[in-house]
Design a protein around this ligand. Structure first.
Ligand SMILES: NC(=O)c1ccc[n+]([C@@H]2O[C@H](COP(=O)([O-])OP(=O)(O)OC[C@H]3O[C@@H](n4cnc5c(N)ncnc54)[C@H](O)[C@@H]3O)[C@@H](O)[C@H]2O)c1
Length: 335
């Protein structure tokens, strides 16, 4: 049966793909985005779109009327930057969750799906499993985990269903590629397409496991409807194909036929060498299975960025704290 789905951050990467998936499944989609991130042309013309900030509680209450499921994807998802811009980032993660939750409860929304982050696991041992006690270690992770606690509390008090999704390192077309603070693969593609050498923090031997958006979106969709996921935390993303950042740069350079000679900069504070989540629970509960390998995912991103054209980077978020720990790349706008 067709449902009314509300998506915050609908002009963003995950929000817009989720909107398309929901529309294709025959649902009505309403969404908001303040365009701090994302791109307006990510939003399908079939979405009832409002350019609102989630912190406008009165507006949130108005536009979540008769909604069945809220997906709260809006955020400033900048983990590395969050120790330098803690005010903006926590406000845009925690406070907006309180606003969207309040609106959803006021309108008796049935289910609230929150996109948390693997940053919530922080200093736990890898691979991260959902039963681990979160140990967030930076303002972004603290704000995400605090949001989860807030959601759990309010949902339990007011009798609303909720699910906590933990997407991790998802890549694909529509990711903001002119953003100097996040999305390493998109940044590298954008730089190499401009004929510039990519910038790598540390020795580049930090390992990551990327997941292609089309492999994850079905899992996210199921969180709106499946009965057994209520109250669960579920990692969304793969645990199969690990690469170092050096290898990632090499693969992109190969795909672009680019002569690679990366520029190395000092590590960012608290950057972890290996971050990975177990996908066992998603396989078991959501039938998660990967179809795209890393090269295929990167090729789709290259096609998307080539098609829109490479762009200069926009420093759209102020760095609040500038001191000796602040990466030179942001202080001196080197991207
Ligand atoms: N993509 C990933 O790999 C990944 C990994 C972990 C967590 N997440 C989480 O998933 C969600 C979506 O991530 P994404 O990669 O699509 O990010 P994104 O930056 O592409 O999308 C977020 C959107 O939220 C909007 N937004 C920010 N603050 C807002 C506000 N106050 N009001 C309204 N809109 C606002 C931005 O303009 C942007 O379009 C985020 O909550 C993020 O923390 C994503």
């Amino acid at each position: 049966m067709s449902k009314k789905i509300f998506i915050t951050g609908v002009a963003g990467f995950l929000g817009s793909h989720l909107a398309d998936k929901m529309l294709a499944s025959g649902h009505k989609v309403v969404g908001c985005d303040n365009l701090l991130g994302g791109y307006l042309d990510n939003v399908s013309s079939e979405v009832e779109f409002y350019q609102y900030d989630c912190n406008f509680l009165n507006s949130m209450v108005k536009i979540t009327k008769d909604v069945d499921v809220v997906y709260h994807c809006a955020a400033t998802p900048y983990e590395g930057l969050s120790v330098f811009s803690p005010y903006l980032i926590t406000k845009n993660v925690y406070e907006i969750t309180a606003s969207v939750m309040s609106a959803a409860i006021q309108n008796n929304v049935k289910r609230f799906v929150f996109t948390s982050s693997m940053a919530r696991y922080g200093t736990n041992k890898v691979p991260f499993t959902e039963d681990m006690e979160p140990k967030p270690q930076d303002p972004y992770a603290i704000a995400k985990y605090s949001s989860e606690l807030l959601i759990r509390n309010l949902a339990n008090v007011h009798g609303m269903e909720y699910v906590i999704a933990v997407p991790h390192n998802i890549i694909g077309p529509r990711q903001k590629y002119d953003d100097p603070y996040r999305n390493v693969a998109s940044i590298m593609i954008n730089m190499m397409l401009q004929g510039r050498q990519p910038i790598i923090y540390g020795d580049g031997e930090q390992k990551r496991c990327f997941s292609f958006v089309q492999d994850c979106i079905q899992c996210l969709e199921k969180l709106a409807f499946q009965k057994d996921v209520v109250g669960e935390v579920i990692n969304i993303g793969p645990d199969e194909e690990f690469v170092t950042i050096n290898e990632l740069a090499k693969i992109i350079a190969e795909l672009l036929d680019f002569k690679l000679s990366p520029k190395y900069f000092p590590d960012r504070p608290q950057e972890v060498k290996l971050a990975s989540c177990s996908a066992e629970k998603a396989r078991r509960m959501l039938g998660y299975k990967t179809k795209y390998n890393l090269r295929q995912g990167l090729q789709e991103m290259i096609d998307y960025i080539k098609n829109r054209g490479p762009k200069p980077f926009k420093y759209h978020i102020d760095v609040e704290i500038i001191n000796k720990l602040t990466p030179k790349t942001w202080k001196e706008k080197l991207f």
